[in-house]
Design a protein around this ligand. Structure first.
Ligand SMILES: Cc1cc2nc3c(=O)[nH]c(=O)nc-3n(C[C@H](O)[C@H](O)[C@H](O)COP(=O)(O)OP(=O)(O)OC[C@H]3O[C@@H](n4cnc5c(N)ncnc54)[C@H](O)[C@@H]3O)c2cc1C
Length: 439
């Protein structure tokens, strides 16, 4: 494409589901695009739990942004963390760099929230990035190894408890898969401990798990989890998290591994825009996805707050982000052609949540399905949307292999061999060697 000074420059922040869609769509127009991300790769977050539970390797669910954009010659990819904006001067600010724009699309997503208790984070990591997934994998696999070493040393087998806080889709899939690991994958590989005695405990503060799903599917998900050996506790409000224990009021559950899947917080870039936010810190957007007072600035995906026709805020899911990305691009194209903008309407194709091997729930309008069929739908939808043909093939093969063999191919402990909970758990065990630790 011929470029000159009058070619509109569009800056997109974030190459997640929303930003990537916007860039791919806009690359067909006579514009110059700068796509900025603080990571060099796009992450397919719905499969992060598979990396965290050693099912697949990180490279299979992530793709370099530069590689995705390699044939789009009007797209410039920059690695960097955006910190500020000057909406009046139309500038995006990164350390040591200011980038001017004619249009700006902010798609910086969300991260985990600890309800004002950020001190819990080191003891209970959340799952949002590849690094998070690898840290969870490290802790889970290390817990079994340390328990084996301790038992082999003659100190008696230690009760292993894994606690997952938050019964939304991520908590449910982590709990279900960890149960499979303990009951099936590792069942016969240790000598001094029996991994099948590991307790997988899922704590949900509300009255039911998967609260965004219809009640019958929540119930079915709970039954499927129990069938896999997960202990599900609802109306269980966590009041404290320490190195080796989760407390709910006076009830204290010792835990070798604690995982956080309970809350999300919008990216701080929303606040940096200086336009109105909702109570969750998401940017309130106009129906055309621009922000009030700045027609040239769009916010999309998990960072945007927009209500559907029933007055409900659109959920933080990939299809919303992708459709918004395409729509923001459409509206910029309409501006450039001198056509009026159009309002965004989300087209909800349904929701799927996986629980474990052959276990899932799915809602397609009035049709609700559970079990194997839901799991198959989940599998095909997720593999279909993975970026890169190679990744799709590899993930399908790995899934088929582990379905029939119960093997998980990425069981590597990398990094430190220190488990934050271990010293505290050992002290507890030494003080009460005779007692099985229980809730
Ligand atoms: C574990 C997990 C499982 C999920 N499972 C599902 C599922 O099964 N189905 C589903 O529909 N949805 C699922 N989601 C939600 C879905 O992933 C999000 O709704 C979707 O990713 C939102 O897209 P987005 O473009 O708004 O943000 P993201 O995809 O999060 O992308 C944001 C991008 O912005 C970049 N960024 C952030 N801040 C900056 C900055 N300051 N400077 C530069 N770059 C920045 C980030 O690096 C990232 O690449 C899941 C999410 C998680 C965490």
């Amino acid at each position: 494409m011929e470029e000159n000074k009058s070619t509109p420059r569009i800056v997109i922040i974030g190459a997640g589901f929303g930003g990537l869609r916007a860039a791919i769509r806009l690359a067909r127009s006579p514009v110059r695009i700068t796509l900025i991300d603080r990571r060099n790769h796009h992450t397919f977050q719905p499969l992060l739990y598979q990396v965290a539970t050693a099912g697949i390797s990180p490279g299979e669910i992530a793709a370099p942004i530069r590689w995705i954009m390699r044939r789009r010659h009007n797209v410039e990819v920059l690695l960097g963390e955006v910190e500020h904006f000057d909406l009046e001067k139309k500038l995006v600010k990164l350390p040591g760099l200011e980038i001017p724009y004619d249009y700006l699309i902010v798609a910086a997503g969300a991260s985990h929230a600890y309800f004002g208790h950020d001190e819990w984070e080191p003891f209970a990591p959340g799952l949002k990035t590849i690094e998070d997934a690898l840290e969870i994998r490290r802790r889970v696999l290390l817990a079994f190894e340390l328990a084996e070493r301790q038992a082999a040393g003659g100190s008696g087998a230690m009760q292993l408890n894994f606690v997952i806080v938050g019964g939304g889709p991520t908590g449910v899939e982590l709990a279900g898969t960890l149960a499979e690991i303990a009951r099936q994958v590792l069942a016969n590989e240790f000598d001094a401990i029996d991994p099948r005695t590991t307790r997988i405990i899922l704590l949900e503060g509300g009255p039911r798990i998967l609260p965004a799903y219809p009640e019958d599917l929540s119930k079915s998900a709970e039954e499927q989890l129990r069938h896999l050996g997960v202990e599900v506790h609802t109306s269980a409000l966590v009041t404290n998290v320490q190195a080796a224990a989760v407390s709910m009021g006076s009830t204290r559950i010792p835990a070798a591994v604690i995982l956080w899947a309970a809350g999300v917080a919008a990216s701080p870039l929303g606040k940096a825009l200086g336009t109105p936010l909702d109570r969750a810190g998401r940017v309130l957007v106009n129906p055309d996805l621009s922000v009030p007072g700045h027609r040239e600035v769009f916010v999309i995906g998990d960072l945007a707050s927009l209500k559907d026709k029933n007055g409900k805020v659109l959920p933080g899911v990939a299809p919303v982000a992708m459709q918004e990305g395409t729509w923001a691009a459409h509206n910029i194209e309409r501006d450039l052609k001198g056509e009026p903008r159009r309002d965004f309407h989300y087209f909800d194709k349904g929701s799927l949540a996986t629980i474990g091997r052959a276990a899932a729930v799915a809602e397609f309008g009035k049709i609700h399905i559970s079990g194997f069929l839901a799991w198959l739908s989940w599998l095909f939808v997720h593999v279909f949307f993975l970026i890169g043909f190679r990744n799709r093939v590899i993930v399908m093969i790995q899934w088929a292999w582990s379905y029939f063999t119960y093997e998980r191919g990425a069981r590597l402990i990398t990094g430190s061999q220190h488990l934050p909970s271990w010293d505290a758990l050992q002290e507890e065990h030494e003080r009460h060697p005779e007692s099985r630790i229980s809730a």
